[in-house]
Design a protein around this ligand. Structure first.
Ligand SMILES: NC(=O)c1ccc[n+]([C@@H]2O[C@H](COP(=O)([O-])OP(=O)(O)OC[C@H]3O[C@@H](n4cnc5c(N)ncnc54)[C@H](OP(=O)(O)O)[C@@H]3O)[C@@H](O)[C@H]2O)c1
Length: 333
């Protein structure tokens, strides 16, 4: 086996990018300790940014995106891993500067890989993917700030998206009452099936407001949207509440006064699942595979092939994604 199939994004004209499935040579992969045959990947918002030429994500093209991969080791030069081991690789530089998971093979440093927990399949792990780890880290941040189910409701913004929908399922499982903010009011039954108790129209949170503080509405929030939405989320956070922010689909900029922090004692916490140390990733995977392993993952999942990726990349960029897209890459052995 010297060649393999991969999605390749090329700059076809100045600033215009196109992605197609192509045949690549194994020796075009970067150096690394582990050669992994990828069986499943998943589509995240960041992959769509990479595939559309966003230089903040990927500088060099042609490039194979895919920040998530679940697969089986073919070759290992590190004693911690051996051929046949099932592994997960998410984040770090995978799919950004390093050839990513939308390919039958990746080659990566051993320090980016975790062993697949035995109670998860590769497919289940990729339904979760980076979105799942991010959602879990957001929920853990709220827990660490003593935001408990009896303290009040929790708002999730971008609720039908990958991170948002997994947040709704985890919070529901843990007994929180979840308010889901969404632009897709026609997806109310999808959100209530995941455990949302009320749907809030996205527009009510995205309107600019000159007030420094508003009526207290939620004990905690997980924000995947940024911009004006995050400003409004903070203004309505209850006394002593906490907001975990991880996304920027609306805007990376937001404004706030000091008031939510000094009048209400609210906290704003950032969440990163990309560069987080591998031991933290392993612990989050273990939690998702054990303590939190009864999430309704199949309800979240749409499975596609590598050939369908370009169409789904357009869909996620347009904010039309519902739940998680898992990409079947190579047939299982
Ligand atoms: N910090 C980290 O480590 C980390 C990790 C993973 C993802 N992220 C970030 O988290 C965000 C969500 O990622 P994802 O993979 O879940 O994306 P996604 O599946 O596309 O979900 C985003 C959701 O946000 C809502 N939305 C889209 N455009 C919007 C707009 N202009 N204004 C308000 N809401 C909008 C939509 O949900 P509704 O229609 O339901 O409102 C959409 O489905 C992205 O910014 C991503 O980069 C960060």
């Amino acid at each position: 086996m010297s060649s393999f199939k991969a999605l390749v994004t090329r700059e076809v004209r100045d600033g215009l990018f196109d992605s197609q499935v192509e045949t690549r040579e194994l020796n075009s992969l970067p150096d690394g300790d582990l050669l992994i045959r990828v069986h499943y990947s998943s589509l995240n918002y960041k992959d769509a940014l990479s595939a559309s030429g966003n230089r903040g994500v990927t500088r060099q093209f042609p490039h194979t995106p895919g920040i998530d991969a679940a697969g089986i080791i073919e070759e290992s030069s590190h004693p911690d891993f051996k051929p046949g081991d099932k592994v997960l690789v998410t984040g770090y530089d995978l799919g950004m500067g390093t050839s990513g998971g939308f390919a039958e093979f990746i080659r990566v440093p051993y320090s980016w890989a975790v062993k697949l927990p035995p109670t998860l399949s590769m497919r289940q792990a990729m339904i979760l993917g980076t979105a799942g780890i991010t959602a879990a880290l957001c929920v853990e941040k709220l827990q660490r700030m003593d935001v408990t189910p009896d303290g009040g409701e929790i708002l999730v913004t971008g609720a039908t998206g990958g991170v948002g929908s997994i947040c709704v399922t985890i919070l529901n499982k843990l007994g929180y009452r979840v308010l889901a903010s969404s632009g897709k009011i026609d997806q109310a039954s999808f959100l209530s099936d995941l455990g949302a108790s009320m749907i809030i129209d996205r527009e009510t949170l995205s309107e600019p407001s000159s007030r420094a503080i508003k009526k207290e509405q939620w004990a905690g929030a997980i924000d995947t949207v940024g911009g004006e939405t995050l400003s409004n989320v903070l203004k309505s956070t209850q006394y002593g509440g906490a907001v975990a922010c991880c996304g920027l689909v609306s805007s990376p900029e937001f404004t706030t006064s000091i008031m939510p922090f000094i009048i209400r004692g609210a906290s704003l916490m950032g969440v990163d699942s990309v560069e987080v140390p591998i031991a933290v990733k392993q612990a989050v995977w273990d939690k998702l595979a054990n303590e939190w392993n009864d999430l309704p993952l199949e309800r979240l999942a749409t499975e596609i092939s590598m050939d369908q990726l370009p169409a789904y990349i357009e869909r996620i960029l347009a904010g039309k994604m519902i739940g998680r897209v898992v990409v079947a890459i190579s047939e299982l052995p």
